[in-house]
Design a protein around this ligand. Structure first.
Ligand SMILES: [Zn+2]
Length: 168
């Protein structure tokens, strides 16, 4: 039995298990992501951009509009923008995420209609590679692919948020 991920569209053998509360992923896609990011399985070669895998994954699995989903998409697309467009050091990814959320957050962000992730690269494409180096290279393509799709629709809004909530 294959299940289709509502976020990235990957078709994977169905697994028992939960998915995330507001990240819109199939249980099988979510299991691959958590193994890769939390358990380091399969391993990646070190690269500064590796820490953006989580941001790209959350942005690629926006879920459905709710306060938490809105905030998640905003924070993770802001982090991709800061590092990939504004040249913020990837070491400061956590700083960007924290800045985006400091103070009163209510009503700060709004739902951005997600781009199509048709024929997107997926987390399964990363783990399918045969070496840590090849997985890291694929991860970088993955991160860029997800960001480009968001930026085509919403870069100005995300830039405005960055100005207002990360820089200010
Ligand atoms: Zn997925």
């Amino acid at each position: 039995m294959l299940e289709i991920c509502p976020g990235c569209g990957v078709a994977l053998p169905a697994v028992d298990g939960g998915s995330h509360r507001y990240i819109g992923a199939s249980p099988s896609c979510w299991a691959i992501f958590t193994a890769l990011v939390n358990a380091g399985e399969p391993p990646l070669a070190f690269a500064p951009l590796n820490q953006l895998i989580t941001d790209a994954y959350a942005a690629q699995h926006p879920g459905t509009p709710s306060d938490q989903a809105i905030q998640s998409v905003a924070v993770h697309t802001l982090t991709l923008y800061a590092i990939l467009v504004r040249g913020v050091d990837p070491e400061r990814a956590l700083w960007v995420r924290q800045r985006a959320l400091r103070g009163t957050r209510r009503g700060r962000f709004f739902w951005l209609t997600p781009p199509s992730f048709n024929s997107t690269r997926t987390i399964a494409d990363i783990v399918r590679q045969s070496t840590p180096e090849a997985r890291t290279t694929e991860a970088q393509h993955y991160i860029t692919d997800v960001w480009q799709r968001w930026s085509l629709l919403h870069q100005q809004t995300i830039a405005d948020w960055h100005e207002a909530f990360v820089i200010a």
